[in-house]
Design a protein around this ligand. Structure first.
Ligand code: COA
Length: 260
């Protein structure tokens, strides 16, 4: 499959997806959003892919937001479709049953932070700046930012970031729980790939079950979430990989999971 604004690289069972419009700091225009949709659909249906890393081209930005030039030209009806499309993309990513890791290599603003928030785990480079500056344009984050940031870090901190529009540095983002680690810019890609490789070697049914129970369970009352967890636990215990994982432990060897 070919893309104009994305670069795709395979590293064994990990795919590294790079948003590549560096001259516009990788801003998400219609075409890029459409290509991201297409790419994640393809990754979801490809059993040879077990984990995804998302990053931005160049040394300056992960993604500097939705494309402001396009936003400016929209009618209200266009804007509604744009927001819905962006939200559908983010939800597609969030509900992937393979882990998606954001490697945040610089400016991660607006739609860029919303993209990162839809990923399952986030790492940032020392020079990363994360924020939702839409207020400065007279709009609000429309790809799920008001919902996901407040759920992730709490209402007070989220509202402070969204109402002021001021970005935070990588260490502040780590303290808030937005990113799970901060590494030197030169080491970010290897770090994210290393984690992705580890996750790719895990039992895929178990990984998918963890992602799904966590995603769905967060919107359920606790009792219902626990029942869902039990059902998925039982299902995992029906897999060959569970036999392999427990046998490998007892035989003191490394497991070889085959996704069955
Ligand atoms: N949409 C469209 N174009 C964007 C963009 C965006 N979100 N972010 C950056 N660009 C473009 C700039 O217009 C510029 O294009 P040009 O060279 O044709 O003029 C190019 O990318 C480089 O950006 P520039 O602003 O010159 O870089 P900088 O280092 O001076 O500043 C930022 C970097 C990230 C601080 C600044 O680009 C910025 O504030 N971007 C917008 C962030 C934002 O509001 N995002 C939310 C959008 S909803």
């Amino acid at each position: 499959m070919t893309y104009e604004t994305l670069q795709i690289e395979m590293h064994d069972q990990v795919v590294v997806l790079t948003v590549a419009r560096p001259e516009k700091l990788n801003a998400l225009d219609h075409r890029t959003i459409g290509e991201l949709h297409r790419a994640f659909e393809a990754f979801a249906g490809d059993d040879s892919i077990r984990a995804v890393v998302v990053t931005g081209a160049g040394e300056k930005a992960f993604v500097a937001g939705a494309d402001i030039a396009e936003i400016r030209e929209q009618t209200p009806l266009d804007a509604r479709r744009f927001s819905e499309r962006g939200q559908q993309l983010m939800r597609r990513i969030e509900t992937m049953t393979k882990p998606v890791i954001a490697a945040i290599n610089g400016y991660c603003l607006g739609g860029g932070l919303e993209l990162a928030l839809a990923c399952h785990v986030r790492y940032a480079s020392e020079n990363a700046r994360l924020g939702l500056p839409e207020i400065k344009l007279g709009i609000l984050p429309g790809f799920g930012g008001t919902q996901r940031l407040s759920r992730l870090i709490g209402r007070g901190r989220a509202l402070e970031m969204i109402l002021t529009g001021e970005p935070v540095d990588a260490h502040t983002a780590e303290g808030y729980g937005i990113v799970q680690g901060v590494v030197d810019a030169g080491e970010l890609a290897e770090h994210a790939l290393g984690v992705a490789r580890r996750l790719a070697a895990a039992a895929p049914h178990a990984v998918g079950a963890i992602l799904e129970t966590t995603d769905k369970g967060l919107d359920m009352p606790l009792e219902q979430g626990l029942a869902f967890e039990t059902a998925r636990f039982a299902l995992c215990c029906a897999t060959e990989d569970m036999r392999e994982g427990t046998a490998a432990f007892l035989e003191k060897r490394k497991p070889q999971f085959r996704g069955r």
